[in-house]
Design a protein around this ligand. Structure first.
Ligand code: UT7
Length: 338
């Protein structure tokens, strides 16, 4: 990107609930099988949040860990962006609830509704404020309690999703590190393919909306699948082009974790072998906006991402939306710049 300031991730934190629901457990809930779920999606288990916890709680845990990782205190945060499809309430924004929990008294706060693309949308949005010189530190969170809006009688959706949260602190970094290229996009004509129709101004909560099961995820899976296969590769290539890089210079691809077959097709489009692709959909299912930061943190912790590596984050989701960015990783370099 043609900017003077380099902006990157200077701290990461995640949180997943302890409760595990395996495919065998799902067999007791709907007519499905471990074999079908693994073969068609790659998912083996997912996490389910305790009823006492809402999205803002998961987001707060992840954010506290990201702040500690960055060595940044809550009052240094200028802005909090929460990407979520499962806010605590329609309003106030979940980001405001997190701001209160963290006592991030100097932070502005808003939610970003880009479905599963929410975390990468948030990263790119947050980076603009730093590049413009308005803010120095931005906290970007992807957090979901999708288990609350799943129709546990619909085997086409309830086996796919899980709960979790991931957070990143964005700050100015040493020149050449951080975000090198990015791409955001939307195609609202596909909005009907993935939605929760009830509870907003179109279908406010009513007896009819409840009887019509409108307060759950409704998805036309095969349409979302086709869209995902196309945009994941296209968007990643666009970000790489903006960064002046080819896909053979990518050290690790961190795709949205929705379905192993979608991930494999994105890897194929980028001519990347699967050992250059982060996969944890087997453990968490689709955690929507949380999936990319969860996979990113896991890759950093396991040593799979090293200083100087070129990594690509790419997601797609409700909207329909897509988002990708290329990052040059270098925590040490980033810490110097902090
Ligand atoms: O983050 C963005 C969110 N969404 C996604 O990324 C979803 C993208 N889409 C997908 O991942 C896939 O389309 C699904 C996993 C949702 C479905 O896989 P598919 O290979 O497209 O299956 P399908 O919908 O074409 O269904 C094939 C069959 C159907 O049976 P019939 O009509 O052929 O007899 C379904 O009823 O599989 C059946 N089926 C199931 N069977 C066992 C659907 N869900 C299940 C299930 N267990 N859980």
């Amino acid at each position: 990107m043609n900017n003077t300031k380099s902006v990157g991730i200077i701290g990461l934190g995640t949180y997943v609930p302890d409760k595990i629901l395996t495919n065998k457990d799902m067999e007791k809930i709907v007519e499905t099988s471990d074999e079908w779920i693994v073969e068609r999606t790659g998912i083996r288990e997912r996490r389910i949040a305790d009823p006492s916890m809402a999205t803002s709680d998961l987001a707060t845990f992840a954010a506290e860990r990201a702040l500690a990782d960055a060595g940044v205190s809550a009052d240094e945060i200028d802005l909090i962006i929460v990407g979520t499809a499962t806010p605590d309430m329609l309003f106030p924004a979940t980001a405001c609830l997190v701001q209160a929990n963290l006592k991030a008294v100097n932070a502005a706060a808003f939610d970003l509704a880009a479905g599963c693309s929410g975390f990468v949308y948030g990263l790119i949005t947050g980076a603009q404020f730093i590049q413009a010189g308005l803010y120095k530190k931005v906290l970007v969170i992807g957090a979901e309690t999708l288990s609350r809006i799943l129709d546990w009688t619909d085997r086409g959706t309830c086996v796919l999703f899980g709960d979790g949260a991931g957070a990143a602190v964005l700050g100015e970094t040493t020149n050449g590190f951080g975000i090198l290229g990015a791409d955001l996009g939307a195609d609202g004509t596909g909005g009907d393919f993935l939605k929760m129709p009830g509870g907003g101004s179109k279908n406010p909560a009513s007896k009819e909306s409840i009887e019509g099961r409108m307060h759950y995820i409704h998805m036309t899976g095969n349409e979302v699948f086709k869209f995902a296969v196309r945009v994941m590769g296209e968007s990643a290539v666009k970000s790489l082009q903006l960064a002046g890089l080819d896909s053979d210079q990518v050290d690790l691809l961190i795709p949205h974790q929705a379905n192993i077959r979608i991930i494999q097709s994105a890897a194929k489009r980028l001519k990347l072998s699967m050992n250059k692709v982060a996969v944890n959909v087997d453990k968490y299912g689709n955690t929507s906006a949380a999936s990319i930061p969860l996979a990113l943190k896991e890759s950093v912790d396991s040593g799979r991402i090293k200083d100087g590596d070129t990594i690509v984050l790419v997601g797609f989701g409700a909207g329909l939306t897509w988002a990708s960015c290329v990052l040059k990783w270098g925590k040490e370099a980033q810490y110097i710049a902090k």
